[in-house]
Write a protein that binds this ligand. Sequence first.
Ligand code: SF4
Ligand code: SF4
Length: 176
Amino acid sequence: MSTILNFTGTLLKNLVSKPVTKNYPEEPAVYPERSRGHIVIDVDQCISCGLCVRSCPPRCIKVDKNEGTWTINRFDCIACGYCASKCPKKCLSLVPGYQKPGRSKAAVTYKKSAEVMEAERKKAEEMAQRKAAAVKAAGEKKAAAQTGGQAAGAAAQVQAAQAQAAAPVKAPSENQ
Ligand code: SF4
Ligand code: SF4
């Protein structure tokens, strides 16, 4: 009897309460605050240092500095978050939610904008010019120091020769 009463109570409760299941995907999924979803990148902030590549356990990231690209194979990513924790520019983060399902296991590549690439190219050019100027200045300083040393040595030799010539010559009798 008590079983029938319990069942009736549960039945009535379920008839008047909302369903516990979500109407996904018609309604967006609500992810728990600390869920590990997927990695996103603000690629224009990336300096192509490669720390994320070295810290990734399944080696699913590739960085090409010349092309300005950052590539991830999401099918190999285990959402550990190491890459985000190592990134010096904080341009990687783990966000809740999953990626759209795909038909192939292709990696996704993100490319820096043309403006950022141009700015980086100019910066690298300026740095190379500054380095070349510093090397040239150091070479000139070293050469000047060597020339100065040689001139000083020659002057000292001339002075010594002059002093020797000016000294009075003693007669042989004076030496006895
Ligand atoms: S979250 Fe982990 S597995 Fe995924 S890309 Fe970053 S380091 Fe690699
Ligand atoms: S660690 Fe950050 S800045 Fe360095 S290559 Fe990876 S995403 Fe770019």
